[in-house]
Design a binder for this molecule. Structure first.
Ligand code: SF4
Ligand code: SF4
Length: 88
């Protein structure tokens, strides 16, 4: 029997607000609407993108490959202890 946690993987999405140049590519390519524009300006004068709903991320990494400034990090959240211990 497959572990429910493995079937429904969760991801943590982070944007480096100081590295973002507000090109909007990530907003365009994300099928889950994870990103939105921030309500502040960064040190370079750009209004960066911020994460609106990390829990909606499906881990496709389209945003990661679309970002010309390497400002996005996608990390898979670790499976729950009990799934790993039982190896199911
Ligand atoms: S990995 Fe895919 S679903 Fe997740 S934030 Fe990036 S584009 Fe959206
Ligand atoms: S693709 Fe990268 S630089 Fe462009 S808006 Fe998104 S996070 Fe910012």
């Amino acid at each position: 029997m497959a572990c429910k946690q493995q079937k429904n993987k969760k991801y943590n999405v982070e944007v480096d607000g100081q590295g973002c140049k507000d090109c909007g590519y990530c907003i365009e390519v994300c099928p889950q609407g994870v990103f939105t524009q921030a309500d502040y300006f960064n040190d370079k004068g750009y209004r960066p993108v911020q994460v609106k709903s990390s829990e909606a991320c499906i881990g496709c990494r389209r945003c990661y490959f679309a970002c010309p400034d390497f400002a996005i990090t996608i990390n898979e959240k670790p499976a729950k202890e009990d799934c790993r211990e039982k190896n199911i």
